[in-house]
Design a protein around this ligand. Structure first.
Ligand code: ADP
Ligand code: MG
Length: 380
């Protein structure tokens, strides 16, 4: 398995002037009423876009948006149009696309429609990958956050044309690599839900990091395995008593929790939750504990919210965000919900690195590679 290998960079491509480059970007932004409501990902795509434009390439940009295959990338085009003179085509492959590409001048960019409008994208169909590859001479993958998906535009295209990675991709790759070898003492904080998807990562990082704090709904599974009453709390599809995760002495759990029951919300110890209550956040003593651990750590890695923050139980997550932002350590954070909390607080610049990847970040941290990376390395 490949680890911390130097990946081929868009900056190494010779004579980009006039070449047609297929740029797989990360354009999966939230849209409401036809308008992009958060441009975070588009801004991360700009360094590679600008690099290709300045080098005189003819850039054909592709990406996906949303879960509904009907969704359109047109709102993303509208944002790009405010930044530079971009072009738009409402198809992903075919004659209309090839003719739009033939009209591109050096340094221009054409955005194609949501790849998922063609079902062959998600089914990783090789003929779809070939049709996309045939549009261009060179492929550049800049979509780190999608690199864990075995889909045509991510793992299929490198079989057909010379392939490279974009600047956002390479930045994610090298910054997250640092999290794999933290400086001691180190602190890994993991929250969110779905323990079954995070167990291998937690097991691995319990051996790599000095301390691992488990918060969010993940802590509920730990409390349950320890035999505590957790009432109506959200739990995962896993029985942790059948795993070794309880045996790690460096795993920390919340020392207090915010629970909601028939008679309102209260803060209590994790072993005094009542059967009608649900744990929805960590409590203030746990935030203080994390703040203390963060102040001692040289490296901090955080992914996943500490509570059900989108429904108002955001005190724990925001408290942890502030505590980490104030720590004098190397700080790496990621995950959609975690990043959203930080944006609300407008403290983005107080972290060493914010990953725009969620699932891909976790899989990369766990395995040191991703299918889209392997696809390019294998084709080399
Ligand atoms: P991320 O999206 O950051 O990668 P996950 O998808 O694993 O993380 O989990 C995030 C979800 O977990 C959020 O919807 C959040 O509300 C939920 N969550 C976290 N803690 C709790 C809790 N104690 N009770 C219910 N939901 C929770
Ligand atoms: Mg999520």
């Amino acid at each position: 398995m490949l680890k911390n290998k130097k990946l081929p960079s868009v900056e190494e491509i010779k004579d980009l002037k006039g070449k047609v480059v297929l740029l797989r970007a990360s354009l999966n932004v939230p849209v409401e009423n036809g308008k992009v409501v958060n441009q975070f990902r588009i801004m991360h795509a700009m360094p590679t876009i600008n690099f290709l434009r300045q080098a005189g390439a003819k850039t054909v940009m592709i990406g996906h948006i949303g879960r509904d295959p009907e969704e359109t990338l047109k709102p993303v085009y509208d944002v790009l149009s405010t930044l530079f003179e971009a072009k738009w085509c409402d198809k992903t492959v075919g004659e209309k696309v090839t003719s739009a590409i033939s009209e591109l001048a050096e340094g221009e960019l054409l955005l194609l429609e949501n790849l998922r409008q063609d079902s062959r994208e998600k089914s990783n169909d090789e003929t779809f990958a070939k049709e996309l590859a045939d549009l261009a001479e060179i492929y550049v993958n800049d979509a780190f956050d999608a690199a864990h998906r075995e889909q045509a535009s991510l793992v299929g295209i490198p079989k057909f044309i010379p392939s490279y990675f974009g600047l956002n991709f390479l930045n994610e790759y090298s910054e997250l690599s640092k999290a794999m070898t933290p400086q001691e003492p180190s602190l890994f904080i993991i929250g969110g839900a779905k323990f079954e998807t995070k167990l291998p990562l937690i097991e691995k990082y319990a051996r790599t990091y000095s301390k691992v704090m488990i918060g969010g709904a993940l802590a509920n599974d730990m409390f349950k395995a320890k035999g505590h009453e957790i009432g109506q709390s959200l739990v995962s599809d896993i029985d942790l008593r059948e795993t070794e995760v309880l045996s790690h002495s460096n795993i920390l759990l919340p020392v207090d929790v915010t629970v909601k029951g028939d008679d309102g919300v209260r803060v209590t110890e994790p072993d005094t939750v009542m059967s009608h209550e649900a744990i929805l956040d960590i409590g203030p003593r746990t935030v203080a504990l994390i703040k203390e651990e963060a102040s001692k750590a040289k490296s901090i890695l955080w992914n996943g919210p500490m509570g059900n923050y989108e429904n108002g139980y955001n005190t724990g997550t925001e408290g942890v965000a502030v505590a980490i932002s104030e720590a004098d350590s190397h700080t790496i954070i990621g995950g959609g919900d975690t990043v959203a909390a930080i944006e609300t607080l407008a403290i983005e610049d107080k972290f060493d690195f914010i990953s725009i990847a969620g699932g891909a970040m976790l899989i990369y941290l766990e395995s040191g590679t991703l299918p889209a990376i392997e696809a390019v390395v294998e084709a080399e």
